[in-house]
Design a protein around this ligand. Structure first.
Ligand code: GDP
Ligand code: MG
Length: 252
């Protein structure tokens, strides 16, 4: 196994100077003025959401991020050590750009849990397991507990978390063969939903991300409902955009 020392991919100076933390929601946000004719004259909102990707070593976390962000898959195992992140930009609607900062724990999973600093300010998470190894599903509970104990939304509720049953292009082992039981499992453990994914075959990754973003946006809206002054941000979200999840997924 090849090792690669990688601690931080620094965000650019420009990004650091233009992004700010929203005072109520703790999320990074930035507003720009868009005068492009196609978008119409008016405010264009940009949001930066920190999303954690956690789970057992070898479950496919790095592969999922690479597939989602760089449309790339490699069989070659190349473990990284430290923390790594990738940025995915979504043109959510004509008024809204969403930047997802996907944090890859990159080798730290071998220590079983992460520090609070790593989880800080995250607004969503994916917990990934490998459908060919049921032990990685058993470990999911430990990851969920670690997550919920170290990061919460400002109102104290858990951040939305989606379970990814990865490597669905392979023979499955255990509970994941019973979708009904997986639904119950997700409800019981407090997951927003679950998706079978394949980084290799590019199955369901975009759908799972869209589903998670919708949950994050709903939380944003709820938070605004609780604090009238927050409307200053004037964000417009397409909450009626339902996730286009395939049959191989559920939302609990
Ligand atoms: N067949 C198959 N292999 C995968 C898939 N996703 C990841 N892998 C392989 O599983 C191994 C571990 O993946 P990696 O992304 O490094 O896992 P991580 O430790 O969770 O980041 C690598 O050899 C990948 O090529 C998938 O969807 N299908
Ligand atoms: Mg990795």
């Amino acid at each position: 196994m090849e090792m690669d020392l990688k601690f931080w991919q620094p965000i650019t100076f420009q990004e650091l100077t233009t992004w700010r933390i929203h005072p109520k929601s703790w999320k990074w946000c930035m507003s720009t003025h868009n005068s492009a004719p196609s978008a119409g004259v008016g405010e264009k909102r940009e949001h930066l959401y920190k999303i954690l990707v956690i789970g057992e070593l070898g479950a496919g976390k790095t592969s999922i991020i690479k597939r989602y962000v760089h449309q790339f898959f490699s069989q070659h195992y190349r473990a990284t050590i430290g923390v790594d992140f990738a940025l995915k930009v979504l043109n959510w609607d004509p008024h809204t750009i969403i930047r997802l900062q996907l944090w890859d724990i990159a080798g730290q999973e071998r220590f079983g849990n992460m520090t609070r600093v790593y989880y800080k300010e995250a607004v969503g998470a994916f917990i990934v397991f490998d459908v060919t190894r049921s032990a990685t599903l058993e470990a999911v509970v430990k990851w969920k507990q670690d997550l919920d104990s170290k990061v919460q939304l400002p109102d104290g509720s858990p951040i939305p978390c989606v379970l990814l049953a990865n490597k669905c292009d392979q023979q499955k082992e255990g509970l994941v063969n019973s979708p009904g039981k997986m639904d119950d499992y997700c409800k019981e453990k407090g997951f927003a939903g679950w998706f079978e994914t394949s980084a290799k075959e590019n199955i369901n990754i975009e759908e799972a991300a869209r589903f998670l973003v919708n949950k994050i946006l709903q939380n944003d809206q709820l938070m605004k409902g609780n604090g009238a002054q927050d409307q200053v941000d004037g964000e417009r979200f397409a909450l009626n955009q339902s996730p286009t999840s395939s049959k191989k997924s559920c939302s609990c």
